[in-house]
Ligand binder design. Structure first.
Ligand SMILES: Nc1ncnc2c1ncn2[C@@H]1O[C@H](COP(=O)(O)OP(=O)(O)OP(=O)(O)O)[C@@H](O)[C@H]1O
Ligand SMILES: [Mg+2]
Length: 260
């Protein structure tokens, strides 16, 4: 049974893309067949996963969504899925912006990504969608196509503040589009656990959400290794497998799968 996750938060820079790449790679190291899908027009996952020449690609998330909206046949997966180190990726680039602008209001737009994913479920154990920092049609579509939403929260920039709106959006998607989607949990990332800021934010998270939402016990530490890995178009899990963030992402992958 394939499990589909969306990593979402309308807040920018809260490590969504880093989490998708490293969780996907960590799961692959556990023997899972993993596909990551870039649904953010910024195309950061595409770049960080090492896809070459993202602006020159024939097939992207955009072309697949457009094919679904036009009711055209989809190409064979082998034509549009890029093989990266340990994981497969459906890449995108800035053209994806046009989907939101031109097709976002059409009937079925929020279900298009689900239609793209459906035939791929028999090919993968896990599919993870990277969302952009918005709650627009692409994020709503990604949530609607998922079994579980993973929310990343960093102690910086008060990233917990927008959480209520995100949770409301997920609940709306559950009511109107996909009754089976759950909030899988909140992952605290980019944390320096020694600081008062971390202690305060994790306490706020516990008191506000404990009981209602799962807060993963794994915490991803802040580390310059992550930036170094990004620069090399690699996951930190492979770039420096013994580093603290690499170990934490491997622990997180195990924690997530422990429920399955
Ligand atoms: N554990 C970490 N320690 C230090 N820096 C990190 C860590 N995780 C991510 N970063 C850095 O934080 C920045 C933002 O990360 P990332 O791009 O993954 O966030 P995002 O939520 O996907 O952003 P956006 O909303 O723009 O898509 C990047 O420069 C990344 O290298
Ligand atoms: Mg991102």
């Amino acid at each position: 049974m394939c499990k589909v996750y969306a990593v979402a938060s309308q807040k920018g820079g809260v490590t969504k893309t880093t989490t998708v790449l490293n969780l996907a790679t960590a799961l692959a190291l556990m023997g899972k067949k993993v596909l990551a899908i870039d649904t953010d027009p910024q195309g950061s996952l595409t770049v960080c996963a090492g896809v070459k020449n993202p602006d020159a690609l024939t097939y992207t998330t955009y072309s697949l969504l457009t094919a679904v909206m036009n009711e055209d046949d989809l190409p064979e997966p082998g034509e549009y899925i890029a093989s990266c180190e340990k994981i497969d990726v459906i890449p995108c680039n800035i053209t994806l912006t046009a989907f939101e602008l031109n097709r976002g209001h059409e009937i079925g737009a929020e279900r298009a990504i689900g239609t793209v994913i459906e035939p791929l479920k028999e090919l993968y154990d896990v599919i993870i969608l990277d969302c952009g920092p918005s709650l627009g049609i692409l994020t709503v579509g990604a949530i609607a196509a998922s079994d579980g939403v993973l929310i990343t929260v960093t102690p910086q920039l008060l990233s917990a503040i927008g959480l209520k709106l995100l949770i409301k959006t997920i609940q709306k998607v559950r009511r109107h589009i996909n009754p089976a989607v759950n909030i899988e949990g909140v992952l605290m990332t980019m944390c320096d656990t020694r600081t008062n800021l971390y202690k305060e934010v994790s306490e706020i998270m516990e008191t506000t959400y404990s009981g209602a939402i799962r807060i993963f016990s794994t915490v991803i530490p802040q580390s310059t290794k992550v930036g170094e890995a990004n620069l090399r178009r690699q996951s930190v899990v492979l770039y420096d497998e013994n580093s603290k963030p690499a170990q934490a992402y491997k622990d997180f992958a195990k924690e997530l799968m422990a429920n399955e």
